[in-house]
Ligand binder design. Sequence first.
Ligand code: AMP
Ligand code: MG
Length: 440
Amino acid sequence: MAKKSHSHHDRPHRHHYDAEMLSVEEARQRILSYFDVLSVEHVPLVEALGQVLAEDMVASFNIPPMANSAMDGYAVLAADTNGASKATPVELPVTGVVAAGALPDHELAPGTAVRIMTGAPVPPGADSVVPFEDTDELERQKSSDSPSSIGIHLEAQPLDNIREAGEDVELGETVLTKGQSLRPGEIGVIASLGRSTVPVVRRPVVAIVSTGDELLEPGEAHQPGKIYNSNAFSIAAMVSRCGGVPKIMGIARDTVESLEAALEEAMNSDLVVTSAGVSKGDYDVVKDVLSSRGEIALWSVRMRPAKPLAFGVLEDEDGSKVPHLGLPGNPVSAMVAFEQFGRSALRLMMGKPETAKPTVDAVMDDPIMNHDGRRVYARVQVYKDEQGGYRARSTGNQSSGVLSSMALANGLAICPDDIGMIDVGETARVELLDWADDIF
Ligand code: AMP
Ligand code: MG
């Protein structure tokens, strides 16, 4: 697309610039309408944790492949042990040994036993395994490493300590279904099917651009008047936690040229996240740059923190398009807004259900004030009192610039937009930041 150089007066999307007031849900639904599930890739099993399975997994053999022993012991015919007890052992000649991974070299003849290890195939003719503990092997081993006969101390039943062929997975069975998130259990099952790679929805690549003349990169020398770029790192960590791949693009300065250059680099991604420059003071630069590269909407979301939010679609010279989420600059606002909007977009791209953070209802130790009819997300520490009920205490200064109170929080307590305050002793719903693993 040729770059446009509209003035403020002839832009096609001018009506967007009067920041619309949206609820969190309205903003989220509008944002999600711009996303689709990403394409499928085949990845090594070790990399697939948290990705969504793109095909059913069907077993092409039984697991276990053949009946095998669940214990170290002696394979026998159960009927041969009738009447056995510790006082009156049944003695059987031992005709061989089967180790795990080996195949039996002979059938078990009635009236005999075969020494067998856990996981070893049960010899044909045997229908039961008697564990070492229920034999006199220990006493016999004092004289010989592999005794030539064995005393059985109990009456074995058919199928005792035998794992049957296909008892885990049967040939032809659909073991895992397309759309499932891969947790450690599923990954183990896929390995048990003999597969080293797995078809999954690929991970979204998220380019992260910080904007601001005041920013230094961590690692640079501290300078008067400057602050470190923390947003890029908290956002990158949230992206990783959702299963995405963060690409930190560095800092754009508050000039058209600098932001243009940074966005150019960021286009090779599934989502561009910028921080700062969407509030009143300096959003003109960001607004102009973004609108010249595509579509942009500036919204006022009825939430605190994180009221100002930009969302749009960036378009390259060659016409390729990438959605853009413009987070506010204040560090807590950036994080809270990413939790509400970025996380949902990443889940959608990865093929996962839209799932809210888990919540608990907690009795407040501190009040949550709501001055202006927005939904308040208050940083809190949730804990259990002596009776086992949930309580929540404020983590301190709730200014959107105070990132340390975010680090202390394990939840965001919500005061609804139409309630003026939640007082001490009243119950608030708390979205838990740390409970469920987000990658699933
Ligand atoms: P702005 O939206 O540019 O007005 O920024 C709002 C506030 O967020 C200002 O105090 C900025 O200094 C701060 N801020 C902006 N970007 C970052 C960042 N990457 N890391 C930490 N603080 C930031
Ligand atoms: Mg700024």
